[in-house]
Design a protein around this ligand. Sequence first.
Ligand code: NI
Length: 177
Amino acid sequence: MRYGVGMTTMPLIILPDPLLRTVSKPVERIDDDLKKFADDMLETMYEAPGIGLAAIQVGVPRRMLVLDVANRDEGEKQPMVVINPTVLHTSDERSVYEEGCLSIPEFYAEVERPANVRVRYTDLAGKEQEIEADGLLATCLQHEIDHLDGALFIDYLSRLKRDRVIKKFTKAAKHKL
Ligand code: NI
């Protein structure tokens, strides 16, 4: 694993980096290195700023994500570290949110997903947790869990729209070389 040793923020992997299409492997051990990595992920997410970040977005193909959907204007951070999540249930009811992604900067689009999800995961203390989520948290969880399977929110758009975004970012990446 490429942990960001000694750093607080880590560079983000940007579209069209093929790493984003990696299927991440389960986290096997929760130790001090993983805790430090979780802190660095949260720092990277807050700094960006974003409300969710999957490990693969900083180049680490492990099934782990961090998120915080709390309204910053109202103070208190509410960081969540989600390890090896499993979606147990999704509702038939759907909802639409305008999504963005730290790996696809400054591009936003409406995506329809199940409005409610039940997710089982392991927390940073190694304890199994189950969460029933709705609203923005439900969307954010699904978006981040998608990353663990190499899926991106642009996959839900029409082929035309998706190709346009990929083309734009491919062009931009070439300019940087
Ligand atoms: Ni994302």
